[in-house]
Design a protein around this ligand. Structure first.
Ligand SMILES: Cc1cc2nc3c(=O)[nH]c(=O)nc-3n(C[C@H](O)[C@H](O)[C@H](O)COP(=O)(O)O)c2cc1C
Length: 332
């Protein structure tokens, strides 16, 4: 499979959530879903030389690096660093509404300047050979999505981008917090579907409010090329990822299980602790693994309370798993 096929289902970039430990876990649940990093800013890489932000495990592939920035030259250099670090895709963030990001003139505010986005993408494409993609909104503030979104796609695709993930709601840059901007502006999935009809040659993924594989399949059946899932995949990873290889990618494999994933995390956890890391840095991403299943609350509590204790190690995770398994399969 190539990266466009992997993009049939992707897990959205989420700051502080989709770090390397989270992606390692998600990869254990699905071999095929495309995983995105948290946003890494071009200034941090290029001016701050914070190359550790690119660290990831070889097991994570296919994995896309999301960049934030608005200076074409700086983004070009950052994209080159991402390609050298062996990422499978370089994605530009044109959707994030946070204040900090706005002050640096990047993220969603760039929806107002498609010419600059096109220039940034052209520079990133010219600088290296990994595919450059864009994640955007349908508009910002008082823009009319029906008018600005096709114009945005037209101009940015003319610069050489042929794959987009569209968060199907506006960002209101004035007055809403980043969190509110992920819930309050109404979703318009139909507009994203219309963009696919209007630009059939583009690979378009829909993002925003997708909470199940059933829903994801409906979007794919309706003609979209991909579905990008954010919060649901983080909060209920098993529901989104365990059956994804079979249902979304047609793989002839057995579905993964959260229990297997927990067992496969143990050596990874051990190595992290030996390298000086803390248990909670990994287990915080595992809290939702059994969401909706018997034992989920005790699992969450054991991990969240136990993992911050001094000296906590993989045995805590094993004990929590035994406890969940005991609830799920009571002895006969
Ligand atoms: C905690 C958190 C952090 C996020 N950070 C980013 C980010 O770094 N870059 C980005 O493009 N979007 C970011 N987003 C937005 C998501 O990628 C996604 O577009 C949004 O959550 C809508 O999808 P969902 O309804 O499936 O969650 C973030 C969302 C959350 C919840």
């Amino acid at each position: 499979m190539n990266i466009r096929q992997y993009a049939r289902l992707s897990i959205a970039p989420m700051m502080d959530w989709t770090d390397r430990h989270c992606r390692y876990l998600h990869r254990l649940l699905s071999r095929h879903a495309l995983l995105y990093t948290e946003m890494v800013t071009a200034p941090a890489l290029v001016r701050g030389h914070a190359l550790h932000l690119l660290d990831h495990s070889p097991e994570e592939h296919p994995v896309a690096l999301q960049l934030g920035g608005s200076d074409p030259e700086e983004l070009a250099q950052a994209a080159k660093l991402g390609a050298e670090a062996s990422y499978d895709e370089i994605n530009l963030n044109v959707g994030c509404p946070s204040d900090r990001v706005q002050s640096g003139t990047f993220g969603a505010v760039l929806m107002k300047d498609p010419g600059l986005v096109a220039e940034c993408c052209a520079a990133m494409i010219a600088a290296q050979s990994v595919e450059v993609t864009v994640k955007c909104r349908i508009g910002v503030d008082d823009q009319e999505p029906e008018r600005v979104l096709p114009d945005f796609l037209e101009r940015v695709s003319a610069a050489g981008v042929s794959r987009f993930a569209i968060h199907a709601r506006k960002a209101w840059l004035d007055g809403l917090s980043p969190r509110e901007n992920r819930d309050i502006p109404p979703l318009d999935h139909d507009l994203v579907l219309r963009m696919k009809s209007q630009f059939p040659a583009l690979h378009i993924s829909v993002n925003g409010g997708i909470a199940s594989l059933d829903q994801a399949e409906r979007f794919l059946d309706a003609g979209l090329d991909g579905v990008m899932v954010g919060r649901s995949a983080y909060q209920r990873p098993a529901d989104i990822l365990c059956a994804a290889d079979r249902r979304i990618f047609g793989a002839k494999t057995l579905d993964s299980t959260p229990e297997e994933a927990v067992r496969a995390m143990l050596p990874y956890i051990e190595a992290h602790l030996v390298a000086g890391g803390r248990l909670n840095q990994i287990t915080r991403h595992m809290l939702g693994l059994f969401a909706g299943r018997p034992g989920a609350r005790a699992w969450r509590r054991m991990l969240s309370e136990g993992a911050v204790q001094p000296g906590a190690g993989p045995e805590l995770v094993e004990a929590a798993l035994v406890q969940v398994a005991g609830v799920m399969m009571p002895a006969s």
